[in-house]
Design a binder for this molecule. Sequence first.
Ligand code: SF4
Length: 352
Amino acid sequence: MSMEAKLLKSICDRSRPIRIMHICGTHERTISRYGLRNVLPKEIEILSGPGCPVCVTPVEDIDIAIALARSGIIITSYGDMLRVPGSSMNLMEARSEGCDIRTVYSIDDAITIAKEHPSRDVVFFAIGFETTAPTNAATLLRKPPKNFSLLTSHRLIPPALLHLLDETNIDAFIAPGHVCAITGIQPYQQFADLGFPIVSAGFEANDVLLSILMLLEQSRLGRPIVENAYPSVVRRKGNLKAQEMMASVFDVADAQWRGLGTIKNSGLKLKNEFADHDAVLVHENVIRSYKKETSYERINVDKCRCADILKGKEEPDHCPLFGTDCTPVTPIGSCMVSQEGMCYNWYQYRNV
Ligand code: SF4
């Protein structure tokens, strides 16, 4: 019997009604790819939270990136970001208008572009959670070129989970393994203290199944704790060097999440010492004038259910646009753009 089959049998033996939320696009991909929802007992519900960084990047930040590009600045970001809808278009459409918007694989590529074009301003549109922020912090600590700045759209996971407790009926959490590799599991203790079992998990099917089994056991015992099911990567205190770099470069700030609204202390902004590399400050005039022009006019956007999907309150195939108007080739909402998006994965693995 395979490890997955043994874990599944143990889960079935210990099954009880429970609503488990994961907060990681890679977990959603594993769950969808292996059809885990279909083989788990029906009383075990797996909800997808706001764990896809592309999905939660707010419309306003996309609009700002487009405004900067239209003013002649070179915008760089990851490929998926070019297809995330803004209020009237995405970065790909802005590029087809003639804006200089370039796909990069890392912030290092953006630095290279800034060095190659010393007379142009270059902005790196930085997204992601606690996983990507340390790399960007390290780059700023290495004194980047003067013409380089960061449009920061980093978000922090624990404040978003706290926010969701008021909105969604959740019994337990699977914590994101790669975020915990940076932060450790201590930031999640607060959820156990509030009565929610929580387990940090890796990304193979057996990792996810093991975390579900551990959550069931915590639930059965009525003793919620934070457990680490990914000890090969996650340490209790996390990566202290990475945490130190983040703290040197960023301050925690209130931030807007697509679909979730503004959440207290859930984002990162550059410290004053890095104002010369903060795109929002360096290009303040461009951003202020663009904001006045913003209008919400995309076709069908009002039917998109991404807001409820990101809260774990809705499933993609309940959206009237799923698989018809909205597909990975023609995404209408952000959840259909990236391989980490819930709608993308439900579409990709709908026959599994
Ligand atoms: S299927 Fe498309 S339109 Fe519907 S919720 Fe998902 S991303 Fe939004």
